[in-house]
Design a protein around this ligand. Structure first.
Ligand SMILES: Nc1ncnc2c1ncn2[C@@H]1O[C@H](COP(=O)(O)OP(=O)(O)OP(=O)(O)O)[C@@H](O)[C@H]1O
Length: 600
């Protein structure tokens, strides 16, 4: 069909409104054969064309087979005398056929007259990570920074649109968003040239509604502030009520000025990106994202029972049955993330929130890292008492850092303090690196064995070093039915009708004493409107491209988004007396240990 159209003089150079050529789409979707045909037809005019994200067609490619088609073409163009370029390059592209090279999808380069031309191509995969399967994994940082820089140059021309509440918010269509991240999932369709493995096509984790008119646009005025739930390094988290639907959400409001002055925009963008595509019963879901000139906002599933730190503080120690269920729930969340090459990196009780049905959910993806494979990453991050030894030793870390933190989390739930805890930071770090792990005698033998297996200092020897799902096989989980747990059919033992949430926000430690919190938007956005529309806002006021998001919840409760709670077995009991302090627990550390992150 493509051949026919090209022969009939179809215009291969016409662009969509996102500045994409047909070649961009062919590359992004792994249609190597179509890419080859397009390259044979005016290929030289197409290879350098950049789409609205600043990507050339080869930079949109999802698999190595397609990349090699481009490389063969470009090499031929560079190596041939100018007079014979087009024909020769076309024939190079046409000889680019699938064959195996080091186990990866490759093309037959034997016809190239100048192999050195390939060697000097430093950017063959556009800074992405080639997987053994032949797919290209998006490198979150390089890719995101590249896109942001390209788009930031164009921001002054971007249009402002009016949200429903009459508030100016910079919005981007679902179409643009899709174009921004066509490669989020490594499970792409295979290239025609990859002849080695059966294609594995994954269902998308979340679908964007097509057509901006159907995407619900929200802004600060769409929500009523109810309570202040927490304060973090770069903003605050509020309980809010959606005015139109009356639904409760947690609204995380990040100050652009703080984020940008600390050069941490990438962490905010990572959090938004991960939450936008992850749907899991034990990970808070993102419902909306929007921005004002001064703030980036995430509207999340609301978990009304406080965080795990509040619960540990109230109970001093948690009983083993409850700790086991929470550990298993968080383990399922980690398995899901790791399968998607994402490491959470900041697992601690403050980042585990408890929902209405007493289930534990991960929140706060600000330190997560996408695209981490076995080779790992070298950033220094995490909350100090939860830092894994390999992070302190700056050896590089991978998914096993989350497994280590799962052991620390269990230790913390069972004893009331993280292991190795010491008020002096240097002593704490030395303990984490070298001290003997002491587990109190009141902790059962099986729990102790789980803690030791997950907190093994050598990451390669740690349980789950190969696959995080191997951790499910530990005897600690012998009584857990993970399939049932995944369906949220296991009721955490604490769940009891008379149970109070671990924290009462109105009169709780945040000190509001019944008053509604002050709006962060009212404070910061006074007087911005005139400056902004003239395009003279400060750097921190500029729009962040592709931030805005709206999730269409599944129509049935069994869908991949919001799962309704299901009652658990009646005998799942953990009497409140087991929560009372049984002695031997020293004072708790200050409830919110700050997180830190610094690139190595
Ligand atoms: N979805 C939610 N439902 C209820 N409470 C939440 C939710 N998300 C966060 N919180 C509360 O807000 C607190 C701070 O949230 P979060 O950790 O995401 O903020 P942060 O600014 O990233 O913090 P930090 O700087 O410590 O990493 C949490 O500890 C929790 O108590």
């Amino acid at each position: 069909m493509v051949e026919l159209l090209l022969e009939a003089r179809a215009d291969a150079l016409s662009k969509t409104e996102d500045q994409q050529l047909a070649l961009h789409y062919a590359a992004a979707n792994g249609h190597a054969e179509i890419a080859k045909l397009l390259l044979q037809h005016d290929g030289s005019d197409q290879v350098g064309a950049r789409n609205a994200l600043g990507q050339r067609p080869v930079e949109a490619a999802s698999d190595l087979g397609t990349v090699f088609i481009f490389r063969a073409f470009e090499a031929a163009v560079r190596c041939e005398p100018s007079g014979s370029r087009r024909n020769s390059a076309s024939s190079q592209a046409s000889t680019a056929t699938g064959s195996s090279c080091d186990g990866q999808s490759a093309v037959d380069m034997s016809g190239l007259s100048c192999s050195a031309c390939l060697a000097d191509d430093q950017d063959g995969y556009a800074d992405r990570t080639p997987l053994a399967s032949g797919f290209l994994l998006r490198n979150a940082r390089t890719d995101a920074v590249h896109r942001l820089m390209h788009l930031t140059r164009k921001l002054d021309e971007a249009s402002l649109s009016e949200d429903r509440d009459g508030r100016d918010c910079r919005t981007f269509s679902a179409k643009s968003f899709k174009a921004a991240s066509p490669k989020d999932s490594p499970g792409r369709s295979p290239s025609a040239s990859s002849g080695t493995s059966t294609p594995k096509i994954r269902t998308p984790f979340a679908r964007m509604r097509q057509g901006s008119s159907r995407v619900e646009k929200v802004g600060p005025n769409s929500f009523e502030l109810v309570n202040l739930l927490g304060r973090g390094s770069f903003g605050e988290v509020f309980q809010v009520k959606h005015k139109r639907t009356g639904k409760a959400y947690a609204m995380k409001v990040l100050q652009k000025s703080r984020i940008m002055s600390s050069n941490l925009l990438r962490y905010a963008v990572t959090e938004r990106n991960i939450l936008a595509y992850i749907r899991h019963p034990y990970i808070v879901s993102l419902h909306y994202a929007f921005q004002t000139p001064s703030h980036l906002v995430l509207v999340l599933q609301y978990c009304p029972r406080g965080n795990l730190q509040h619960l540990i503080t109230r109970e001093k120690r948690l009983c083993e049955d409850l700790s086991r269920v929470y550990t298993a729930e968080i383990l399922l969340a980690l398995i899901h993330l790791h399968e998607r090459h994402t490491v959470f990196r900041d697992l601690k009780p403050d980042n585990v929130v408890i929902d209405e049905a007493h289930h534990a959910l991960l929140t706060d993806f600000g330190l997560s890292k996408e695209g981490v494979g076995q080779r790992g990453t070298k950033s220094f991050c995490g909350s100090v008492a939860f830092l894994a030894p390999e992070i302190l030793l700056r050896k590089g870390h991978n998914h096993t850092v989350d497994i280590y933190n799962l052991g620390v989390l269990l230790y913390d739930m069972l004893t009331g303090l993280p292991p190795f805890y010491h008020h002096d930071r240097e002593t704490l770090f030395a303990n984490i690196k070298h001290a003997r792990l002491e587990v109190p005698l009141y902790v059962s033998r099986i729990s102790r064995s789980f803690i030791e297996a997950t907190m093994e200092r050598e990451p390669a020897k740690r349980i789950g070093a190969h696959h995080t799902s191997d951790v499910k096989g530990h005897v600690f989980f012998a009584d857990i039915d993970f399939a049932q747990l995944m369906r949220r059919e296991v009721l955490p033992p604490e769940a009891h009708p008379s149970d109070e949430p671990a924290i009462s926000y109105r009169n709780g430690p945040l000190g509001l004493a019944g008053r509604a919190p002050e709006s962060p938007f009212a404070r910061a956005d006074r007087g911005w409107r005139g400056r902004y529309t003239r395009g003279q806002g400060s750097a921190s006021e500029r729009g962040v491209p592709f931030w805005d998001f709206s999730f269409a919840p599944p129509t049935r409760s069994s869908g991949s988004g919001q799962l309704s709670a299901v009652s658990g077995p009646e005998d799942s009991d953990c009497s409140t007396s087991t929560y009372t302090r049984r002695g031997g627990v020293a004072q708790r550390r200050p409830s919110s240990q700050s997180s830190q992150s610094q690139d190595a």
